[in-house]
Write a protein that binds this ligand. Structure first.
Ligand SMILES: Nc1ncnc2c1ncn2[C@@H]1O[C@H](COP(=O)(O)OP(=O)(O)O)[C@@H](O)[C@H]1O
Ligand SMILES: [Mg+2]
Length: 299
């Protein structure tokens, strides 16, 4: 069993990285997949959102500096098949310490190696802080793929082009030549506004199949769940938010099972390396609006 390392990244805060990392992980675990979620954000939202206590020495900090083993930081969560490495507030200081290390972009990757060798997990999800600082760069260096949550609001594309440029840099620098966008998840979709639908359409125009069909609706229950330390499938198993993340998990697994798309022999640059110009109306890259599956309705 190989382990896929997926970083949840977006330099913007409040776009749904943590919510998506927790809930996609929980829904995959519900389907029997074995996962480890690593909280790399000093804000510790993933840790508290899963009802796990944080504290000094509980995070990846020591392991990043080679002073500790990552495996020793793993804790169980209340979700079967889902383990966690918590974060701690002091992890903010790791940016400075890691920057001084030799091969500073590779510290996290190096710390992960013995853990991956255990072959205990199918997926390691890494929830990144809302910046493109050293911790996020370390996650991008170690990751097989990036999962990018995007809030359905203005400037979504601007944010995406920033992260696209960074992906290109990470590849070209040799830090991680194989880094791919695993998928883009549109979050906090508000079906009452025309804007949300327009944003989804725009992002699809530029990033095509990278964008999951499943769109996550904005719901109160999803925002309440973390304060109870529960993923949505435990907090309110039948809510629209729970259905949405279950649908995302199904789609995610379906994609993993599908053979990789064969790229056309010659053509426009890969979507993640540079956003393509907006295609003309009727162009085939624009999916029909009914492909948008807002799984569950808002509550
Ligand atoms: N689909 C959603 N519906 C309603 N609230 C949401 C949804 N997704 C996230 N939130 C809330 O929005 C805030 C930011 O989400 P979060 O996942 O923490 O973003 P990030 O990790 O990118 O900073 C949190 O308070 C979270 O509970
Ligand atoms: Mg977060």
């Amino acid at each position: 069993m190989g382990t896929r390392v997926i970083a949840f990244a977006n330099q913007k805060g409040g776009v749904g990285k943590t919510t998506t990392a927790i809930n996609l992980a929980a829904c995959l675990a519900e389907r029997g997949r074995k996962l480890l979620l690593i909280d790399l954000d000093p804000q510790t939202n993933t840790t508290s959102g899963l009802g796990v206590e944080t504290g000094p020495g509980k995070s990846v900090y020591g392991a990043l500096l080679g002073e500790d083993r990552l495996e020793s930081k793993i804790v169980r969560t209340k979700v079967k098949h889902l383990d966690l490495i918590p974060s701690e507030l002091d992890l903010a200081g790791a940016e400075v310490d890691v920057a001084r290390a030799e091969h500073y972009l590779h510290c996290f990757k190096k710390a992960l190696l013995p853990l991956l060798a255990l072959n205990r997990y199918e997926y390691v999800f890494v929830d990144c802080p809302p910046s493109l600082g050293i911790l996020t760069m370390n996650a991008m260096t170690a990751a097989d793929g990036l999962l990018i949550p995007i809030q359905c609001e203005y400037f979504a594309l601007e944010g995406l082009s920033v992260i696209s440029r960074l992906i290109r840099k990470v590849r070209e620098s040799g830090a991680n030549p194989g880094l791919e966008i695993e998928g883009i998840v549109m979050t906090m979709f508000d079906g009452r506004t025309r804007l949300a639908a327009q944003v989804v359409e725009e992002v699809r125009k530029h990033f095509g199949d990278k964008v999951f069909h499943t769109v996550i609706p904005r719901t109160i229950r999803l925002s309440e769940a973390p304060s109870f330390g529960q993923p949505i499938i435990q907090y309110d198993a039948r809510s629209p938010g729970a259905e949405a993340y279950r649908a995302l998990a199904r789609e995610y697994l379906k994609r993993q099972a599908a053979p990789p798309a064969v790229p056309p022999p010659a053509g426009p640059p890969a979507p993640e390396s540079a956003p393509a110009p907006i295609p003309e109306a009727g162009a085939s890259t624009v999916p029909a609006p009914d492909e948008t599956e807002v799984a569950g309705k808002q509550d």
